[in-house]
Design a protein around this ligand. Structure first.
Ligand SMILES: C[S@@+](CC[C@H](N)C(=O)[O-])C[C@H]1O[C@@H](n2cnc3c(N)ncnc32)[C@H](O)[C@@H]1O
Length: 307
């Protein structure tokens, strides 16, 4: 399947990164290299782009997209280990880092990846990194009811989390839950009819499971702190968040980082970052036209801060 992902807030990111042509830039979520292509266009032959992704299919797509350039290196890895990854490359500090958090359209739309509640037949999977063992199917069939409830509540903010967790446990006693369709049916049965009209009933639960399978939120605070510390003076960190859980972790890290700098450093070191969140502007959007809707997402805020 062709790797399709439209880079969001491209102009804002490129402006936010304020690219130096001979600088070192890290795209910690390279995906199909939509943002990276614009970054590398701004570099000269002394500049370097490091692209990281957990997903090997994304790295293949990125390699193709950047094929006319030579000053890049692609790394299969986790940006939560950015310091270790850069140490291995013998890089101490960088000029800019981009994190476009979450899942790509390609991952969502590719049935074989088992991320989508719009598809009935796919095996429950949702691993961004297919070299890891733990999948959505393992989670759904092994987590205790209380833990299922906790993650659906915390990462999905689903008001019927308790009923969904209970029904998953009842259902899996009869038969292992294997497909996205089976899980969608259980979720639909758990949500009272009168509440089932605002968006797809499985959306929040699927988001929660995906976040847990890929450990997307827990390390985020430390990842942002580490990224800030990996910047050269005047370096910039640009983070695109998709939902409030990511946004909260990123903002907390920004706040803590700005407090931890001494006054003297504030005057001598200028570090800049921009935090961007995007929000669905089309409230009536039907989830069945999700791909089209995603194009209608629009920048909600874009902040640049000096510390
Ligand atoms: C929203 S997409 C990025 C799309 C990209 N900016 C583009 O223009 O195509 C997020 C990508 O980050 C990857 N990813 C998510 N969490 C990651 C992590 N902790 N470490 C490395 N890659 C991660 C996903 O596999 C996915 O390919």
């Amino acid at each position: 399947m062709e790797f399709k992902h439209k880079p969001v807030l491209l102009k804002e990111c490129i402006e936010g990164l304020n690219i130096k042509s001979n600088g070192i830039y890290v795209d910690g979520t390279i995906g199909g290299a939509g943002h990276s292509l614009e970054i590398i266009k701004n570099l000269n032959e002394n500049g370097l782009l490091i692209g990281i992704d957990k997903d090997e299919e994304a790295l293949q797509a990125a390699k193709l997209k950047l094929s006319e350039f030579s000053n890049f290196k692609l790394i299969h890895g986790n940006h939560d280990e950015l310091k270790e990854i850069l140490e291995k490359e013998k890089i101490d500090k960088v000029d800019g880092i981009l994190l476009d958090l979450g899942v790509s359209s390609y991952q969502l739309d590719n049935k074989e990846r088992g991320f989508s509640y719009m598809d009935d037949e796919s095996e429950l999977d949702m691993r961004m990194d297919k070299t890891k063992d733990f999948s959505a199917k393992d989670l759904i069939n092994t987590y205790p009811e209380e833990k299922l409830y906790e993650i659906i509540d915390k990462y999905g903010e689903e008001r019927f989390a308790k009923r969904i967790a209970k029904n998953i446990c009842i259902s899996r006693k009869q038969k292992e839950i294997c497909t996205t369709g089976e899980l969608v049916d259980i979720i639909k049965k758990s949500i009272p009819e009168k509440f089932s009209h605002s968006g797809h009933p499985a959306k929040k639960t699927f988001q929660a499971i995906r976040i847990e399978v890929n450990n997307e939120i827990e390390p985020l605070y430390n990842t942002v702190m580490t990224s800030i510390n990996m910047l050269k003076p005047q370096g910039r960190l640009c983070v695109i968040t998709f939902h409030s859980l990511e946004d909260r972790a990123v903002k907390q890290a920004y706040t803590a980082a700005s407090r931890s700098l001494h006054m003297s450093e504030r005057f001598t070191i200028l570090r800049m970052w921009c935090s961007i969140t995007w929000k669905n502007n089309n409230k009536k959007a039907n989830n069945s036209i999700r791909r089209r809707t995603r194009r209608k997402f629009k920048s909600k805020k874009c902040k640049i801060k000096n510390i």
